[in-house]
Write a new protein. Structure first.
Length: 260
């Protein structure tokens, strides 16, 4: 139902305004690219002035962001946080637990569950390896989206504008980084569906990670199998790649079922 239809059906002013804001946010959720005022106005049958006011309000609260150098917008970190909080209410840890335990048993390495919180990745859960020498993460710790397999498995599937912002922050902090090589790596992650890292954050660990998604295809987080770099990695344990991918797909399927 369009905004004009709601007005003609007798919707109150306050409710109509709330409907318009909700419609704008939902439109962003349905698109995987930046949106401009004109396109939003045409899709929702609203005036450009109304759309502009809504976007100003959303942007002031970090629910949307202006794409640098453009007059288009993308969802901001506050919207991402709302999404993650919504999924946390269905107890993501319990939902993912069977897949993480099985992945731990199959790989004999520590398995982790990470979620996207704003512009950071947060470790939500882990199942420790039974090995004497193993990797253990600090639950609740947050990490940048550009560093580590678990982070890049998420970043590769975020909107281009978010990727651009993360890369800009990375290059500013570490000018020696080859931006084109980093983008090439993200493209490879998107193509193969998983990310891998070896001692990337100086922790001595190696990881294989894959993203999981909600029913609309939006990336929510990632899972990984991680072990000491001295004996673990894609090259030494290629059989773990399909295991990690299968576990991530199973979590996505469970989330889609809950969403329906």
């Amino acid at each position: 139902m369009s905004a004009r239809s709601r007005t003609s059906s007798g919707t109150s002013g306050g409710t109509e305004s709330a409907d318009r804001v909700a419609d704008v946010l939902l439109l962003f959720a349905q698109r995987d690219r930046p949106l401009g005022v004109t396109e939003i106005a045409q899709n929702l049958d609203l005036s450009k002035a109304v759309v502009h006011r809504i976007l100003q309000s959303l942007t002031s609260r970090s629910l949307t962001w202006v794409v640098p150098g453009e007059s288009t917008y993308v969802l901001g970190p506050a919207a991402t946080t709302l999404s993650t909080r919504a999924w946390s209410q269905i107890d993501l840890r319990s939902l993912a637990a069977p897949m993480l335990r099985r992945l731990r048993d199959d790989t004999q390495e520590t398995t982790t569950l990470s979620v996207l919180i704003g512009m950071q990745r947060l470790y939500l859960d882990q199942y420790e390896s039974p090995r004497e020498i193993k990797m253990v993460v600090q639950l609740g710790s947050q990490h940048a989206l550009h560093s580590g397999a678990s982070s890049r498995a998420i970043l590769a599937f975020l909107p281009d504008a978010v990727i651009d912002r993360v890369i800009a922050q990375l290059v500013e902090a570490r000018p020696e980084v080859d931006e084109q090589e980093f983008r090439k790596n993200l493209a490879q992650v998107r193509e193969q569906g998983f990310a891998a890292s070896v001692n990337e954050r100086g922790t001595g660990s190696a990881s294989i990670a894959a993203p999981f998604f909600d029913m609309s295809g939006h990336v929510l987080g990632s899972i990984s199998a991680s072990g000491p770099a001295t004996h673990y990695g894609v090259e030494s344990h290629p059989e773990d790649v399909p295991r990690v991918l299968a576990a991530a797909r199973a979590i996505s399927s469970k989330l889609a079922g809950r969403g329906r």
